[in-house]
Design a protein around this ligand. Structure first.
Ligand code: GDG
Length: 496
């Protein structure tokens, strides 16, 4: 039977010693891993001296995991270098933070070749390949160069900026057109798909309108939006249970008045400094709320090896100290800023406790925190979501309080509006947001992508011998169908 190969930078090998943390991709792929015969290949997370790296195969829970170590050079050039110092900032529209070196690009291409070689050792001709995220843009090209004709799909979890930004990336012409080697390229939103189409038009001579079919070559490449969701009902149940826990009770007892909550990896894309600025302006403009609202910002550290992150850490620390110093009282700490991670259950309980969820990234592919916050609410007395217009989730969440994160005064005013919103309006907004969540549950995400990739109905198990037309087989929620301006094109290999 054909297998589904999932390829990503990190691989979530189940490990009882690892505790309760489930990686985001693991949750997103749970249904796919359960329903199909899957092999998951990627970096082991270990860095070894040259000559000591290994590739290991582990079987667990019906899934085969193939994990490979990186050398110190790989880790510096591919991961910390090109992926996180060039692609991450540029795809998040931050040209000012990109630090390009040829050496890092070479490392990035080398690790992609290494992944392709590992895959080439084990791939059968009818296996499907599903590649994830910006670390592995050129992987299909590397596989095609090894003579592989498998169906290969790619999903980008982070934003695809417009060509005006993308073309400022040194060597973009080597990397972005390499995506034409995939059979299907998926993005979080239609906006991202359209940005990619505009790049293909301006840089690869493809027609400027979103085409159904162009070119004359033998392979059709399709592009579409596959917005990532969460396990909605499971998360609601978890939050309902968690809010009764000892931990959440003790937090509730310690907060005088309402709680506002932010949860983000410590990353400059998340807009935390401007969010603190907004909170400060809210406090300045609304003395009546002093002593009656506390803002908890949970921010586990990430990528501390990159100096932009260390600098941002210092900025946030300074702002946090200033806010508490200026507005705090012995009996009231306006801001609780913490860097430690919490369990998923503790987070679910805190979301449910919070009267306001504040999600104000400057740019984000989707943002699952916004979705988790909505799922966690009590529908009879829900909290209010303040949401940046620049996250993928905003396309599905029109009923949140949508804000421009670059305008701290407006965000400050939204905080006040959220805190004072009448019950009836909160219930109505939450009802619509919850409906949007259920329309796009993560359980269907993998199946939608794989169905589109193969043209078979992939909602059950793999049936490679009974092809059905994709249009008859895909089960796409109406809301997504309306929004999905997918398109196909016939790719010519000479573009890359
Ligand atoms: C990328 C894209 C896209 C956070 N703190 C803790 C914790 N978390 C969990 C959250 C959420 C996840 O991490 C974060 O997901 P996001 O979507 O918000 O952001 P990224 O990590 O940047 O993810 C993003 C996503 O990929 C999926 O495609 O939505 O746009 O940037 O689930 O709950 N989990 C635990 N403790 C914490 O302290 N257990």
């Amino acid at each position: 039977m054909a297998r589904v190969f999932i390829i990503s930078n990190r691989v979530a090998v189940p490990n009882p010693d690892r505790g309760v943390h489930a990686g985001g991709l693991e949750v997103a792929l749970k249904a796919t891993l359960r329903r199909h015969d899957c092999v998951w290949l990627g970096w082991s997370g270990e860095v070894k001296p040259e000559g000591e790296t290994q590739t290991r195969t582990v079987e667990a829970g019906g899934v085969t995991y193939i994990v490979t170590d990186l050398t110190e050079e790989d880790y510096e050039e591919y991961y910390n270098g090109f992926a996180n110092r060039v692609l991450w900032p540029i795809l998040h529209y931050r040209l000012d933070l990109a630090e390009f070196t040829r050496r890092d690009l070479t490392g990035y291409l080398r690790v992609n070749e290494h992944f392709a070689a590992e895959l080439d050792n084990v791939l059968e001709p009818d296996d499907l390949v599903w590649v994830h995220d910006y670390h592995l843009l050129p992987l299909a090209k590397a596989l095609r160069q090894r003579g592989r004709h498998n169906r290969i799909g790619f999903f980008l979890h982070i934003p695809m900026p417009p060509p005006e930004i993308l073309t400022a990336m040194p060597n973009h012409e080597r990397l972005i057109p390499a995506l034409l080697h995939y059979d299907l390229v998926g993005f979080q939103t239609d906006g991202d798909s359209q940005n990619f189409a505009r790049y293909l038009a301006s840089e690869c001579g493809m027609p400027a309108h979103i085409p159904r079919r162009i070119g004359v070559d033998d392979r059709t490449m399709r592009v579409g939006a596959f917005p990532v969701g969460i396990e909605t009902r499971e998360f609601t149940r978890r939050a309902r249970r968690a809010v009764r826990s000892e931990f959440v009770r003790s937090v509730r007892a310690s907060v005088p008045g309402a709680l506002m909550l932010g949860v983000d990896r410590l990353d400059y894309t998340k807009g935390i400094t401007l969010r603190l600025d907004a909170f400060e302006r809210f406090l300045m403009a609304n003395p009546k709320w002093h002593g009656k609202v506390s803002f908890a910002q949970i921010t586990p550290k990430s990528r501390s090896a990159i100096h932009e992150y260390a600098q941002m850490e210092r900025e946030i620390d300074t702002a946090a100290g200033r806010i508490n110093g200026t507005y705090g009282d012995v009996s009231w700490t306006p801001l609780r800023y913490v860097n430690r991670p919490y369990t998923r259950t503790a987070l679910a309980g805190l979301y449910r406790l919070a009267r306001v969820g504040i999600v104000t990234p400057l740019r984000d592919g989707m943002n699952l925190v916004a979705k988790e916050y909505v799922a966690a609410q009590d529908s009879t007395d829900p909290g209010v979501l303040i949401l940046s217009r620049f996250v993928g989730a905003a396309a599905e969440f029109e009923d949140a309080l949508i804000v421009n994160p670059y305008d701290p005064e407006a965000v400050g005013a939204a905080i006040c509006r959220a805190l004072e919103m009448p019950l009836e309006e909160r219930v109505e907004r939450h009802r619509k947001l919850y409906e949007a969540l259920c329309d796009n549950d993560i359980r269907h995400w993998g199946d939608r992508f794989l169905t589109e990739l193969t043209g078979y109905d992939m909602t059950g198990s793999l049936r490679p011998n009974s092809p059905r037309e994709a249009s008859g087989g895909i089960s796409v929620p109406a809301r997504i169908r309306r929004r999905s301006a997918g398109f196909s094109m016939t790719a010519s290999h000479h573009h890359s």
